[in-house]
Design a binder for this molecule. Sequence first.
Ligand code: NAD
Length: 542
Amino acid sequence: MNNAIINFPVPANEPVKAYLEGSPERVALDAELKRQYNTVVDIPIIIGGKEIRTGNTGKVVCPHDHKHVLATFHKVSEKEVQMAIDAAMEAHKVWSETPWTTRAAIVLKCAELLATKYRPILNAACMLGQSKNIYQAEIDSACETIDFFRYNVHFASKIYNMQPKNGVGNINHTEYRPLEGFVLAVTPFNFTSIASNLCMTPVLMGNVALWKPSTTSTLSNYYLMQLYKEAGLPDGVINFLPGSGSLIGKVATSSKWFAGIHFTGSTGTFNTLWRQAGENLGHYVSYPRLVGETGGKDFIFVHPSADAKAVATAAFCGAFEFQGQKCSAASRMYIPKSLWPEVLGIMKQYASEVKMGDVMDHGNFINAVIDEASWDNINGYISFAEQSADAKVVLGGKRDKSVGYFVEPTVIETSNPHFKSMEEEIFGPVLTVFPYDDDKVDEAVKLCDTTSPYGLTGAVFGKDRLAVEKITNGLRYAAGNFYINDKPTGAVVGNQPFGGARASGTNDKAGGEFNLIRWIIPRVIKETLVSPTDYRYTYMKK
Ligand code: NAD
């Protein structure tokens, strides 16, 4: 038996490649974009390593060119979900007993493969299927995914190293067992890295998973399955189940082996899954771990001492990059009336410079929103603002879904701090701004804290550091990731572990060790070196 103690020190974050014209990474990516654009992939269900095709199919299209089909995928029925549970439990027998350093080696190989061979493949699939420009794809499907792999191995080594002390005449240690059952990973469309991480974190800790990918990101997620296989992940450890979320959720949460859910998506969906788990309590082998990162209504709070250009840049990038479809995207801003005209002027200037369109035209800063339902939802909010007496659209607002699901970067200004779009998550490129009286900072902080049910991300801007401190304290529970003089997006694995509380989730911080701890059930073992042979207390002995 190999008895080496292998070290996994803190890794470096994966560098973001520049993709300058003519660079090797740009040439490889463009070739791969062309290949994938001209291919229609037939995506199977994968259970126990076997490909299954039910013939009941759905389509993956380019959101920016929605008549163009990239892939068809086969949908599961109840039967396949049941088969996946059986396959996962079979794999559990071996995987849960596999030395953790072997599991770590497979995860680290995933990182190496993604940094090299799979980088253009994943980036191209993410660009075409999820409508991201090169930069947004690179920081997601390449760098963040790689960082999750590498950092989680480091975090796991820290956890396994946490051991109790020995007593007099006894040895103590903690064995970190995986959960007794399977984990259901239900993943969102917006980050390939999150989709990967929701499966691979429990898997690294020795668990097996059922993976329900988001319909619109099925293509990039399928390539991830190929990557895991090539890295040596045994069959059945992750079972890939495209299809109806409600069906998969219902069957999985009814199994006695349902041991946990690793979810990212909307608050409503997580609430449904939580309720389903609650209804089945008593039927399960263990209390399931319910880990979910959900919606947000992320804010920028501006103090009168703030720098207008810094605010405008943060608001523009924080609200509009990837079409505002980051859970952390700025979607409401509180700004002193004295600063607003200048900030709006700079944002208008930026908006006049950026182009919107297809991901294959690398001059485009803005691409399309994910699908028609999302476009219709965003359209509803902008139309509502256009017709409201207490709000007006002061930037952008044009939208067109004839070729792709396009929405211009849009700013709504309102005199009503409780205006609908100040309170509800839209998940699109729409920022609502409430200009407040400069002498009413405290009242505005209170509004910011109490307006929305969420608590995901937020930012404060100001040069007066003491005032910034006071605002930071006033907004203590308003965000799980809080930024001072920076936009509220762009958390980096290992640097800013990510997640929020209130209606934004269980705040188990992806990209930090807290998350890994949710996927283990420790067993503490005490070994007494010489067992007692007399029941009497010392003072009772003659
Ligand atoms: P969504 O809730 O619509 O879907 C998430 C996943 O749940 C998808 O795979 C979907 O198919 C599945 N699903 C839908 N209904 C289901 C059901 N009844 N049972 C089981 N599964 C079901 O979310 P989305 O549109 O993919 O993503 C956008 C949302 O995700 C936004 O609310 C955003 O704020 C949130 N998000 C949060 C974070 C975070 O870290 N807090 C990160 C990314 C996205």
